[in-house]
Design a protein around this ligand. Structure first.
Ligand SMILES: Cc1cc2nc3c(=O)[nH]c(=O)nc-3n(C[C@H](O)[C@H](O)[C@H](O)COP(=O)(O)OP(=O)(O)OC[C@H]3O[C@@H](n4cnc5c(N)ncnc54)[C@H](O)[C@@H]3O)c2cc1C
Ligand code: SF4
Length: 483
């Protein structure tokens, strides 16, 4: 039983970020270490409500009040056990998840008498449990007792593919993960910068998976059905990487890159990236998280200036009435990258890119826009130029890459251009399942893991000829965030 008054005695406290001038001099994670005793006090703020809405906020159904109570009592090993019961990779989500669970925490209802309206630091408790389990030697490989003799190919090694692979390996199937990049991890390795999650966390988990028996074959692009014919089942987990473009005049000038051209180079080469922001006026088009990752990467390369443009108006600082508790609200957030500098400009649209004589971008012409009619309408008299010698497009993704494997397999697509699937994650091609962004569209790490687990449960029940899944399947493919 939790301490029902813990939240009255202790205020919410999150770890401090390292000073800006220190952290932009390296690529390490931005947060300072957080002492265990403080985590135990923070966990004690959880009052174990009768209906834990945080469960509904978390797509994995993490058993949040249970592990909060175990941490409060100092039983970190049992907490790690409960955490791993629902989440294969809590050290990833504990670092990267935007924590919709915290938006759904009952302590977030500010009307509650005595409450500060400040949710439990769920994500922080999660990462501390996971990191401590690793450092205490509590994360061992889980080698399946009996092989089933069935084989599964997983195409793609992002969080959805890795979660599916780990679940299926542990169930006794022979799993091979094919990854076209030189190393596994998908966006965890090449999209998400080191300062948000150091890759050592990923590598450590991959070692556990290999020790369990998962085969990771990197540098292998699966482009045809024939490469998969020898497997009993296939899980497509190739992500949704087709970027949205900005087809305005000057788009073909040199110096304009998609975020996912720029970020992987930053992740591979850091300050020595062949596409560097050093000394440049950088303009990032897109005010979301991918844009923020470009911003943080650019800061570490020492730019002359960075401007982040967003077509929508600036969101409110507090929850608007239209997005009440327990939804995840669209509010003005200051990420670590925003704290490091740069200017955010809202309600603007790019009219054209302007080049120099050598064909390189030198400026961008933008205009204010009025969104009151539901569509961006240019505001007369506001057109202006800003300097830009490196432009990064971070406007989202339109879906999975169709040429190659998907076309050769002949899978059907849904109205949004994602790979269509049944309630059991199976595509229109029997025996071929799909998980993660490839079936859902660009989403979050926590959803990718939840999809990987769920798809694995259905693959397993098919291979074993079970009437229903016996492995955990936290979400159906139609599950969506609380709105
Ligand atoms: C820049 C960026 C930052 C993000 N930051 C966050 C964050 O902080 N928190 C968060 O929760 N979410 C974040 N996201 C979203 C999150 O990373 C994705 O939702 C998640 O990675 C999707 O996982 P996935 O396994 O479906 O696909 P991916 O991670 O995209 O992995 C797909 C993998 O499949 C491989 N592949 C594709 N086709 C083939 C093929 N034919 N053969 C072999 N391999 C193939 C690809 O190379 C890739 O490695 C971010 C996204 C981006 C773009
Ligand atoms: S995975 Fe995300 S939503 Fe789930 S408990 Fe962790 S921080 Fe919350």
């Amino acid at each position: 039983m939790a301490d029902p008054k813990g939240f009255l005695k202790t205020a919410r406290q999150t770890p401090r970020r390292r000073p800006v001038d220190v952290r932009i001099s390296d690529w390490r994670e931005v947060y300072e270490p957080y002492p265990s005793e403080r985590t135990e006090k923070q966990a004690a703020r959880c009052m174990d409500c009768g209906i834990p809405f945080c469960h509904n906020g978390c797509p994995l159904g993490n058993l949040i009040p249970e592990w909060n109570d175990l941490v409060r009592r100092g039983d970190w090993a049992a907490a790690a056990d409960r955490l791993h019961a629902t989440n294969n990779f809590p050290e990833f989500t504990g670092r990267l998840c935007p924590a919709p669970c915290e938006s759904a925490c009952v302590l977030g209802i500010s009307a509650l008498p005595g409450s500060t309206g400040e949710p439990v630091t769920i994500k922080q408790v999660e990462v501390e449990i996971a990191d401590r389990a690793w450092s205490d030697g509590g994360v061992a490989p889980f080698v399946p007792a009996e092989p089933t003799g069935r084989s599964v190919a997983v195409v793609g090694s992002g969080p959805s593919g890795l979660a599916a692979a780990q679940q299926l390996t542990r169930a006794g199937h022979a799993v091979t993960v094919f990854e076209r990049d030189e190393a596994p991890g998908g966006l965890l390795r090449y999209g998400i910068p080191e300062f948000k999650m150091e890759k050592r966390h990923l590598d450590r988990r991959l070692s556990q998976m290999e020790a369990e028996g998962t085969r990771l074959e990197c540098g292998v692009a699966v482009t045809s059905k024939a490469q998969l014919d020898s497997f009993d089942a296939v899980v497509l987990a190739g992500g949704a990487r087709v970027p949205r473009d900005l087809p305005v005049a000057g788009r073909d000038l040199a110096g304009i890159y998609q975020a996912m051209e720029y970020l992987p180079l930053g992740n591979r080469h850091g300050s020595d990236s062949p596409v560097t922001a050093r000394g440049k006026h950088v303009v990032i088009i897109g005010g979301g998280d991918t844009g923020a990752d470009c911003l943080g990467t650019a800061h570490r390369q020492r730019p002359a200036s960075v401007t982040q443009l967003e077509i929508m108006p600036r969101p409110p600082r507090a929850r608007p009435d239209s997005q009440p508790w327990p939804t995840y609200p669209m509010i003005y957030r200051v990420s670590s990258a925003h704290e490091e500098g740069g200017e955010r400009v809202y309600a603007v649209s790019t009219e054209e890119f302007l080049g120099d004589d050598a064909g390189r971008v030198r400026a961008l012409r933008l205009t204010d826009v009025d969104m009151s009619g539901g569509r961006p309408a240019p505001v007369p008299g506001t057109s202006r130029e800003i300097p830009a010698d490196l432009v990064l497009l971070a406007m989202g993704f339109t879906g999975a890459e169709k040429p190659g494997l998907l076309e050769d397999l002949g899978v059907e697509f849904d109205a949004r251009g994602n790979v269509a699937r049944s309630a059991s994650y199976e595509t229109s091609v029997p025996g071929v399942f799909v998980a993660g962004d490839m079936g859902r569209g660009q989403s979050l790490v926590v959803w990718a893991i939840a999809e990987g687990r769920s798809a694995a449960a259905h693959v397993d029940s098919r291979l074993r000829d079970l009437p229903r899944p016996s492995l955990p399947a936290p979400i159906p493919p139609t599950a969506r965030p609380l709105r």
